[in-house]
Design a protein around this ligand. Structure first.
Ligand code: SF4
Length: 368
């Protein structure tokens, strides 16, 4: 039995942040009592803004080419062991149609930093999807590009862009990435995306090699500073043919704990339950709903694609995988006492009392 850190959780909930030392304490002395209390608070906050709704995000892995060489990633340029692929228009449309038929209204096109997918080509993809699925949200996660390219894709209709910072601590970043990659430019890209008007998503890995508690605290403080609309926290997964293939995976419970902390720090954020959670713990995505997650990623690509999209080693999925069984996931969500969000989930809701407060505030403002 541990002591419940009620005061710290209450303070986090009231101020939406803590000092470095306080975050550190909350992480170092995690125990069942605190976790339970934290989840309870996180769930209440999530329900205040999103009610019982849980949104589905259909993930389409567009390409597994990448010009970068991140040490932990199966898609890294120098990995000669995976066959590479790029989806064409027809495949992309096919996967999205299958997702649409199963109720998915938000599509995320993800891939490595693949410059074969030029600014114009991706813009054409976005236009095509917007024409075909006018009631859907289009999001991208295609790595670091120029501000001009981000703007072009935004103007074409993409509303959401996710770029994980992976770790916000400079020294830790250097241990996971080759020298030509820079944390600073990644952070700059995130600020550019925000200024363009995207709903910006970022996140980090839990339990990656060399990670210390202080590094995770940096991650949390960076989240607070950036104030992203989407938070994507995933456990580290050792991937074959990388220098970290023999490391242990990140801890699923710790990942959920951090998702709940993120919920209290950024109450309106969309917090994502990634498919990889299911790889480190039984029903990981489902469990994350109790920790304040508001959306679930569902994979729309079929097994022939999934096998080669190896950012993390998804051993469980490699056999007989035919895309996520969306109906089964929907049932799990409903059986857990939640509802499937019926719209695209592309807005940040404001609760009734805040609307009322806004109206009173406007009425009381002096008129000139
Ligand atoms: S983590 Fe992203 S940028 Fe790095 S090698 Fe993998 S796909 Fe490329």
């Amino acid at each position: 039995m541990g002591n419940c850190m009620t005061d710290l959780v209450n303070k986090l909930s009231a101020n939406n942040s803590l000092s470095k030392d306080e975050f550190s304490e909350l992480l170092k002395f995690r125990n069942n009592e605190t976790t339970e209390y934290l989840f309870e608070k996180a769930l209440l906050v999530k329900e205040k803004f999103y009610g019982k709704s849980i949104y589905l995000r259909g993930i389409v892995e567009l390409t597994n080419y990448c010009k970068n060489n991140c040490y932990y990633c199966g898609l890294r340029r120098d990995n000669i062991f995976i066959p590479r692929y790029r989806l064409d228009e027809k495949d992309l449309l096919g996967f999205c149609e299958a997702g649409y038929d199963r109720g998915v209204r938000s599509f995320m096109l993800v891939g490595g930093d693949d410059y074969n997918f030029t600014e114009a080509k991706v813009a054409d993809f976005i236009t095509m999807l917007k024409d075909k699925f006018s009631d859907c949200q289009i999001g991208l996660s295609l790595g670091q590009r120029s501000e001009k390219t981000y703007r072009k894709w935004f103007e074409a209709g993409a509303v959401r862009y996710e770029l994980s910072h992976e770790t916000a601590a400079e020294n830790h970043f250097k241990k996971l990435h080759p020298p030509e990659m820079s944390l600073l430019t990644r952070k700059q890209s995130l600020w550019e995306l925000k200024s363009i008007g995207y709903q910006v998503g970022t996140g980090f890995m839990v339990g990656s090699p060399y990670q210390m508690v202080a590094d995770v605290v940096e991650d949390l403080l960076f989240l607070k500073q950036l104030d992203p609309q989407i938070v994507h926290i995933v456990p580290f997964m050792p991937t074959i043919h990388t220098r970290f293939e023999h490391e242990r995976s990140g801890n699923g419970d710790m990942t959920l704990y951090l998702m709940a902390i993120a919920r209290l720090m950024l109450p309106r954020a969309m917090i994502t339950a990634d498919t990889i959670l299911d790889d480190v713990m039984q029903d990981g995505r489902k469990k994350s709903l109790e920790a304040g997650a508001g959306e679930i990623n569902v994979e729309l690509c079929t097994d022939d694609i999934k096998e080669y999209y190896n950012v993390y080693n998804k051993k469980i999925h490699l056999k007989n995988f035919t895309g996520d069984d969306v109906e089964r996931i929907k049932k799990k969500v409903v059986d857990s006492g939640f509802e499937i969000g019926q719209d695209k989930g592309d807005y940040i809701p404001v609760p009734e009392e805040e609307l009322l407060y806004g109206r009173i505030h406007r009425l009381m403002r002096p008129q000139f």
